[in-house]
Design a binder for this molecule. Structure first.
Ligand SMILES: [Zn+2]
Length: 316
């Protein structure tokens, strides 16, 4: 079976793997992300790992033709713009840089977009044609599949769901504007609210430091402050999701990221209630909300899905 190279670029590490069209990953290698590397060094390092893996897997020149790469955005096509955790690499062109070093075709996608494509092809959205993936962790992002194709927009950045403004006079987000969904419903927002209200919470006031998972634990133990904070975050997210439901009429919304994975059952019920309340009834009834299935492999499987789709359509 034809093999593909998957590259998942993250703020702390870059994972490179070999995989097949049916979503089975073989060998993988990891290198620590070093933002002091020049752009040429980054490309040389990554290309070197790809060559090592091809050799180790005894892949000949015809066994691999496509590389898929997922990277934090924002992007301008295949070019990295000012990603908040990859400062020194602004302007890096992953596509031409790796194509010239490897002699393979390279397709590049924003990481949430890639993860969404992976969940659609191999995870919670499998078998559907219209699937939205939403990741809620320190930030919030989305990947959009409509009619069996990835929707990336004019320059590859569609799906910046976390930055839709819900409250124009609200808190400032990491990207520097006010009141977006990330400031209201991300793990960062839940943790911030919990720290502000720690003194009023019997559960949180015993803790020396508060992480998002502590707020979920307090929720399950019946702490009122924790429940208020999580319920509010869920309501804001559900309102945002209802906009997506009305816009895209998806069959399924796959929810992933640390918050989606660790939140209590009541959080999911609240999301479903909110979507039913705020989206149009016919569209709300048509959509299923399901947890992401790919877990720790979501980055590499997303990049693999980017490569597989690129081979099918000769573009992402
Ligand atoms: Zn924002």
């Amino acid at each position: 079976m034809k093999q593909f190279i998957a590259i998942d670029v993250g703020g702390t590490k870059i994972a490179v793997g070999v995989g097949s069209e049916d979503g089975v990953l073989g060998a993988a290698k990891f290198i620590a992300t070093n933002v002091t590397w020049s752009q040429g060094q980054v490309l040389d390092e990554v290309a070197g790992v790809v060559r090592d893996l091809r050799q180790a897997a005894q892949l000949g020149p015809d066994d691999v033709t496509w590389v898929g790469l997922g990277t934090p955005g924002p992007l301008d096509g295949p070019i990295l713009l000012a990603a908040s955790n990859l400062h020194g690499w602004q302007g890096l062109n992953w596509q031409t840089g790796l194509e010239s070093r490897l002699g393979l075709s390279v397709a590049v996608a924003n990481d949430a977009t890639a993860a969404g494509l992976g969940e659609w092809l191999y995870g919670g959205g499998r078998g559907t044609k219209d699937c939205l993936y939403v990741t809620v962790s320190t930030g919030i992002g989305a990947g959009i599949v409509t009619n069996g194709r990835l929707y990336v927009g004019a320059r590859g950045n569609a799906g910046e769901f976390g930055h839709i403004v819900m409250k124009p006079d609200g808190a400032v987000c990491a990207a520097g504007h006010r009141g977006c969904l990330e400031t209201l419903a991300s793990g960062t927002a839940i943790r911030r609210d919990a720290r502000e209200r720690q003194g009023n919470s019997p559960y949180l006031s015993q803790l020396a430091a508060i992480e998002t998972k502590d707020v979920f634990a307090g929720y399950v133990k019946g702490d009122q402050v924790c429940q208020d904070i999580v319920d509010q975050a869920a309501d804001h997210l559900a309102l945002g999701l209802s906009y997506l439901v009305d816009l895209f009429n998806p069959e399924v919304i796959v929810l992933g990221g640390g918050v989606g994975t660790h939140a209590p059952q009541a959080y999911w019920q609240r999301l479903e209630q909110g979507i039913s309340t705020w989206a149009l009834p016919a569209l709300a009834q048509a959509v299923r909300l399901v947890p992401a299935q790919l877990g720790e492999d979501s980055g590499l499987l997303g990049a693999l899905a980017v490569a597989v789709m690129a081979q099918r359509h000769q573009t992402v």
